[in-house]
Design a binder for this molecule. Structure first.
Ligand SMILES: N[C@@H](CCC(=O)N[C@@H](CS)C(=O)NCC(=O)O)C(=O)O
Length: 198
């Protein structure tokens, strides 16, 4: 049985649960106590050196970290990761963009405001993250003005971007300002196997 090491409130872990549910992949959930720092314990790091969740352990004992790499691994050979070279690269484009230009702002603000609190001494970063998160939502809104999904049909690009976008209001963003994004969120929530973050 595949084991998913995860933290329930994490959008990065939610991506993997969404994918597994869509594809009908069974797994065992292994909770990791992020608030207690379990992911940085010597025992955890000895097994999973990247020290973050999600991590999947495969049936053969191999482990894989990084949410979007996990999405790629399990979606290979399915319509969620197109076979066409350009379409596949465009899906990757959005996966990389999500990690560099979206998640570091929208997910971090949500984590600070909703889960862990703003770390002491980092309050001045909040307006910067807000501005960069809004820029990311605008980029998505523009791209979605002429498309139903990020690349062709429903793909892992949509799963990766859905995870933190749909929860952006928990980080203080107003999704009503991005109508193409809210319409897309609704389309994603109607896909097979959809399940809420919690
Ligand atoms: N780029 C990684 C980010 C993983 C990540 O930041 N995970 C968070 C939970 S959402 C975590 O484990 N945080 C604990 C820590 O950084 O010590 C991915 O997409 O999987």
């Amino acid at each position: 049985m595949i084991r998913l090491h995860e933290f329930p409130a994490s959008g990065n872990c939610y991506k993997v649960r969404l994918l597994f549910s869509h594809l009908g992949i069974s797994f065992e959930s292994v909770p990791v106590d992020l608030k207690g720092g379990e992911q940085k314990s010597p025992e955890f790091l000895a097994r999973f050196p990247l020290g973050r969740v999600p991590i999947v352990e495969l049936d053969n004992g191999e482990a894989l970290a990084e949410s979007n790499a996990i999405l790629c691994y399990f979606s290979g050979g399915t319509p969620l990761l197109p076979a066409d070279k350009l379409a596949r690269a465009r899906v990757m484009q959005w996966l990389f963009w999500e990690q560099y230009s979206h998640e570091p702002y929208i997910a971090v603000l949500r984590a600070w405001k909703k889960v862990f609190g703003v770390p002491q001494g980092r309050e001045a970063e909040v307006p910067i993250l807000e501005a960069k998160g809004k820029a990311a939502l605008s980029t998505m809104n523009d791209w979605l003005s002429s498309r139903d999904f990020f690349e062709g049909g429903y793909s892992i690009a949509d799963i990766a971007l859905y995870a933190y976008t749909h929860a952006a209001e928990e980080g203080g963003f107003s999704l009503a300002d991005y109508p193409n994004v809210t319409a897309w969120l609704s389309r994603v929530s109607r896909q097979r196997g959809f399940l809420p973050l919690k």
